[in-house]
Design a protein around this ligand. Structure first.
Ligand code: NAD
Length: 437
C-alpha cells in the first residue's frame, strides 16, 4: 500500500518505519524542517531501541521517505495516518488544533479515495470532527475516517508495533475496514486480534486503557506508602497480589509516580470528557491527586532526612528520562525532583544514558551533567535514583561508597535487595519498604 504518516514523533516515525518494513511505500511528513532534513540524511531523531536498524534498511531500499510537503505525501498515498500531538489545551482537555488543522488542509488536497486514520490519542467524537473538517471541501465518497489508537510503549515501541497484543480499529466503512485488515495482518500472524468496533468506542478504548494503567500504578503507590507506615514490605505484597491470575504480575511496581507524554495528559483529558458528559469520574481525580504527590516522594524523603541542611548538600541523581530506554523527558518525575532540590538550595549532579541533552536544554548549568553514573557520585553526599535503567541494577557498591561522601541512597525504583544493602553498609531508603541503616 501507499501510506502517508503525518507527524514523525515517537508514534509517527515508528508507525511509518514498521509499515515500510512490511513492504509498504511510506512517506512521512513533518512541519519541522530540521527534523525532516536529518531523517533524509539517514539520522533517527529520537532514541528508540531497534528503530535505527529498520529505519536504515527501509530508507536504503527506497520504501521510507521524508518530506515537509503535505501535498506530495497526499498525492503519493491512499492511506493517511495522523500521528500528531494532542497536548493538554486550555483547561486540560486534549488540544485538537493539530489534528483539525491537518484535516482542513487534507480537505483541499485529497483527489482520490483515501482513508484518513487517526492514530493520535483523541477524545470521543473527534473522528466526527475530522469528518466534518474534510467534508467542507471534499466529496464524502472520496474518504473514510478511521480511529486506530496506538498502544505502543516508548522504550519498546518497535517491538510493540511489530507484535501488538491487539490492534483496535474504529470504523463504520466496509471499504476502510478491509484496507485496515490488509495493512495490519502481517503484525498479528501469531493470532493476536484485530478488534473492529465503532469510532467512538475505539477512541474511548485508548483513554480507558491508559487511565486504567495509571490507576493501577497509583493504587500500588498508595499501597507502598501505607506499607512504609505500617511496617510491611511492598515487594512481598506485590508478589503475593500479582500471583492471583485475576490481578496479574505486570504493572504493579511502585515508584515516584507516572510521567511521560501520555498518562498525565490522558487521565486529565478523560476526566474532562467525563465532566462534559455530566459524569463525575471520581477515581480519576484521586489518581491525579495522588500522582502529583507521589512524584515528589524522593524529594520528600531527602528533605526529611537532611532537614534544613539540604541546602548545603550535593545530590547525585541517576535517571532523567521518564522511564528506561527512551530519551523522552516529558512529565518525567526526575524534573520534579530536580526542581524541588534546586529550590531547597541543593546542588545536583545528574546522569542519564540517553536523556541528558534534553534536560541540559532546560536547566543549563544549574545542574551538573555527568558522563557516567560514577562521576555523578564523586563528592556527592548521597544518591537519588529516579529511573530504573538496567545499567543501575548491578553497580559496584564498593566503588560507590568510595565516591560518595556518605553511603546514603534514596531509591525511587526499588532496584536493590534490602539485606544486601544492609550488608554493604548503606543507609538505603526505597519506596514501600522499611529503610535499612
Ligand atoms: P511527538 O510530539 O513525539 O510528535 C509529533 C510530531 O508531529 C512532531 O514531530 C511534530 O513536529 C509533528 N507535527 C506537529 N504539527 C504538525 C503538522 N501540522 N504537520 C506535520 N507534522 C506536525 O508526539 P508522539 O509522542 O508521537 O504522540 C503523537 C500522538 O500519539 C499523541 O496523540 C499521543 O498521545 C499519542 N500516543 C503517543 C504514544 C507515545 O508513547 N509517545 C503512545 C501512544 C499514543
Amino acid at each position: 500500500m501507499k501510506i502517508a504518516v503525518v507527524g514523525t514523533g515517537y508514534v509517527g516515525l515508528v508507525t511509518g518505519t514498521c509499515f515500510a518494513e512490511t513492504g509498504n511505500d511510506v512517506i512521512c511528513v513533518d512541519i519541522d524542517a530540521n527534523k525532516v532534513e536529518q531523517m533524509q540524511q539517514g539520522k533517527v531523531p529520537i532514541y528508540e531501541p531497534d528503530l535505527d536498524v529498520l529505519f536504515e534498511r527501509n530508507q536504503r531500499q527506497g520504501r521510507l521517505k521524508f518530506t515537509t510537503d503535505l501535498k506530495e505525501a497526499v498525492d503519493a498515498s491512499d492511506v493517511i495516518f495522523l500521528a500528531l500531538p494532542t497536548p493538554p489545551g486550555e483547561g486540560g482537555a486534549a488540544d485538537l488544533k493539530y489534528i483539525l488543522g491537518v484535516a482542513k488542509d487534507l480537505s483541499t488536497l485529497i483527489t482520490k479515495y483515501t482513508v484518513v486514520i487517526d492514530k493520535s490519542t483523541v477524545p470521543v467524537g473527534t473522528a466526527e470532527r475530522v469528518h466534518a473538517a474534510l467534508v467542507e471541501n471534499l466529496d464524502e465518497a472520496l474518504f473514510d475516517v478511521v480511529s486506530n489508537p496506538e498502544f505502543l510503549r516508548e522504550g519498546v515501541a518497535v517491538d510493540d508495533f511489530l507484535k501488538p497484543d491487539r490492534v483496535v480499529i474504529g470504523t463504520d466503512s466496509k471499504r476502510a475496514k478491509e484496507k485496515m485488515r490488509r495493512l495490519y495482518e502481517p503484525f498479528v500472524r501469531s493470532g493476536n486480534p484485530i478488534i473492529f468496533m465503532d469510532l467512538r468506542s475505539a477512541e474511548m478504548t485508548k483513554y480507558a486503557a491508559n487511565s486504567y494503567l495509571a490507576t493501577r500504578i497509583t493504587f500500588m503507590n498508595e499501597i507502598a506508602n501505607l506499607c512504609e507506615k505500617a511496617g510491611a514490605d511492598v515487594d512481598a505484597v506485590r508478589r503475593g497480589m500479582g500471583s492471583d491470575s485475576r490481578i496479574g504480575k505486570r504493572f504493579l511496581f511502585p515508584g515516584v509516580g507516572y510521567g511521560g507524554s501520555c498518562f498525565p495528559k490522558d487521565v486529565q483529558a478523560l476526566a474532562i470528557t467525563a465532566g462534559q458528559h455530566d459524569y463525575n469520574f471520581k477515581i480519576l481525580d484521586a489518581v491525579m491527586d495522588v500522582n502529583t504527590r507521589q512524584r515528589f516522594r524522593i524529594a520528600d524523603k531527602l528533605e526529611q532526612y537532611y532537614g534544613d541542611s539540604l541546602k548545603d548538600k550535593t545530590i547525585a541523581l541517576w535517571g532523567l528520562a521518564f522511564k528506561p530506554n527512551t530519551d523522552d523527558i516529558r512529565e518525567a518525575p526526575a524534573l520534579y525532583t530536580i526542581d524541588r532540590l534546586l529550590e531547597a538550595g541543593a546542588q545536583v549532579r545528574a546522569f542519564d544514558p540517553e536523556a541528558t541533552e534534553h534536560v541540559r536544554a532546560i536547566y543549563g548549568d544549574k545542574v551538573t551533567f555527568c558522563e557516567d553514573q560514577y562521576t555523578a557520585l564523586r563528592g556527592s553526599d548521597c544518591l537519588a535514583i529516579v529511573t530504573e535503567w538496567s545499567v543501575f541494577r548491578t553497580p559496584d557498591f564498593d566503588r560507590m561508597k568510595e565516591l560518595l561522601t556518605e553511603p546514603v541512597i534514596f531509591d525511587g525504583r526499588n532496584l536493590y535487595d534490602l539485606q544486601r544493602m544492609q550488608e554493604a553498609g548503606f543507609h538505603y531508603d526505597s519506596i514501600g519498604r522499611q529503610p535499612v541503616q
